[in-house]
Design a protein around this ligand. Structure first.
Ligand code: ATP
Length: 472
């Protein structure tokens, strides 16, 4: 069922120009995707929604756009070089990550009763990232319980950063493709302080590509090697972390809820499996197909990153607090969201099949195309003239499309499939009474509307400023 729905989504995304497999004509490349004409529009709408909410409408957050390539010392200081690793286990021709491997080993023994204690202990070790110890214990169990099937295993520790070579006439140098956008923010923290009027507490936000050399990519665009992140680092006074942590969890949840995908599809999960830079962390999980999985991370990074960059760069990037006349390193609350995962969450819940009618019930403000202008009689020059007039008037205000190809049924079907909320049809009555038909995507209701008032009609339909005013 799940597999079926996933295939439906993948096929729909390809057929209607949202997402294609990268390098498909060469049999593709695992875990990498391209966004098509409607995919890129939809992505831009998500970005705009995030940027407006996180940056544009707030006085205490500024944006930044940092480079993907950075001095490799950044990744030594950030801890990624040493600790951004994962263990993988190869059994015959299958590769498992540690969690899957634990389940596999315990599947073969009576862990629900006799070995429950050991099982729980191993899970605890997993939560604490004691991977080496886990592997040692699992190997012992395999030996002791004579689990022949699991005897010949190969274990590999892999750093998830992509290496990249920087050419030189003399000696080539190396760096990494960034595995998170956050570090570009930290290393520019002092630049922002010096070049803007921001004062603690304030945030720096960024949208950009990140790269992780994931061995096990899965579930379409859920886990890929190249993806986009929308991250915001909020710098605060030490001691105020609880207040801000709570604030950002609630604020981010409101942002997600506004997609109207069902608030019961979101869950807050406290992180026990902490990454090397976090002190405490919470995930906003989403029920993608039938399982809750991480959508966004809210992390309290304490002063780990800035402290580490001070140590490695030997630069003074501390803040002076005039009240207490002391220098200090601010604490950081991070909100880190995968753009592709938001995209996927929208696809999972919006692809509707109602009485054999397939349509993409995207929130209006996310739909790639807002209005389709469809002249009913292609050969009638007067109808074409009015249709073009409407198109030319609306195109500077909303993303609209003009389509006079194929039957009206097929045109409606195409617009439904790409999630266009409204279709306008222009017919011979349009010449007489200057009205057109507006068709609603979700219930196919049709109304007659005056051509001169179309702009105001759509302006109202697509306006989400009330949400920002309520939330910020
Ligand atoms: P996961 O546990 O799913 O690997 P993570 O805890 O490593 O995620 P973070 O490092 O906190 O993820 O990254 C922040 C966000 O970036 C995640 O919540 C997710 O939305 C997104 N993200 C992380 N890795 C990937 C990936 N390989 N593909 C797509 N999105 C990703």
């Amino acid at each position: 069922m799940n597999e079926e729905k996933l295939n439906l989504i993948i096929n729909h995304a390809k057929r209607y120009g949202f997402i294609y497999k990268s390098s498909e004509i060469y049999n593709g490349i695992k875990g990498v995707y391209d966004y098509g004409p409607y995919g890129v529009e939809m992505k831009n709408n998500i970005k705009e929604y995030w940027w407006n909410y996180m940056v544009r409408y707030r006085e205490n957050i500024v944006g930044i756009d940092t480079s993907i390539l950075m001095n490799k010392k950044v990744w030594i200081a950030s801890g990624h070089k040493k600790k951004f690793n994962e263990y993988f286990i190869k059994i015959k021709n299958k590769i498992y990550d540690i969690k899957k491997f634990i389940f596999l080993v315990f599947k073969h023994i009576d862990y629900k009763k006799k070995y429950r204690y050991i099982y729980n202990k191993i899970l605890l070790l997993y939560k604490n990232k004691k991977f080496k110890l886990i592997l040692k214990k699992l190997k012992l169990i395999i030996k002791y319980k004579k689990l022949l099937y699991l005897k010949n295993i190969k274990i590999k520790k892999i750093n998830l950063m992509f290496n990249t070579k920087i050419n030189s006439f003399y000696k080539d140098k190396y760096t990494y493709l960034r595995p998170e956008t956050a570090q570009g923010i930290f290393i520019n923290f002092k630049n922002i302080i010096n070049s803007t009027k921001m004062k603690i507490p304030f945030g720096i936000a960024q949208i950009g590509k990140s790269f992780r050399n994931e061995i096990i990519t899965k579930e379409f665009i859920f886990r890929t090697k190249e993806f986009e992140q929308m991250e915001m680092q909020f710098f605060i006074y030490p001691g105020e972390e609880k207040k801000w942590f709570k604030y950002w969890i609630n604020s981010r949840l409101s942002w997600h809820y506004f997609f109207n995908l069902g608030s019961n599809n979101y869950k807050i999960k406290k992180h026990t499996n902490l990454s090397h830079y976090t002190t405490y962390a919470t995930d906003i999980e989403f029920k993608f197909l039938n399982k809750y999985k991480e959508l966004e991370g809210i992390h309290f990074r304490k002063n780990f990153d800035i402290k580490s960059h001070i140590k490695y760069s030997k630069k003074k990037i501390m803040i002076y607090n005039s009240k207490i006349k002391k220098k200090y390193i601010p604490y950081i609350i991070e909100t880190s969201l995968g753009l592709d995962r938001v995209f996927y969450s929208l696809l999972c819940k919006s692809l509707i099949n109602e009485n054999n009618r397939i349509f993409l019930k995207l929130p209006y403000f996310i739909s790639p195309i807002k209005v389709a202008i469809l002249p009913l009689i292609k050969k009638d020059k007067k109808i074409i003239k009015i249709s073009k007039y409407i198109y030319n008037n609306l195109k500077y205000k909303f993303n609209v499309i003009y389509d006079d190809k194929s039957s009206i049924g097929k045109r409606y079907h195409y617009q439904d499939s790409i999630g266009t909320p409204f279709c306008i049809t222009i017919d011979k009555y349009s010449l007489i009474n200057k009205t057109v038909t507006i068709r609603y995507r979700d219930n196919m209701k049709q109304i007659r509307y005056e051509i001169d008032l179309l702009y105001f009609f759509f302006k109202k339909e697509f306006d989400i400023s009330y949400f920002f005013k309520r939330e910020i």
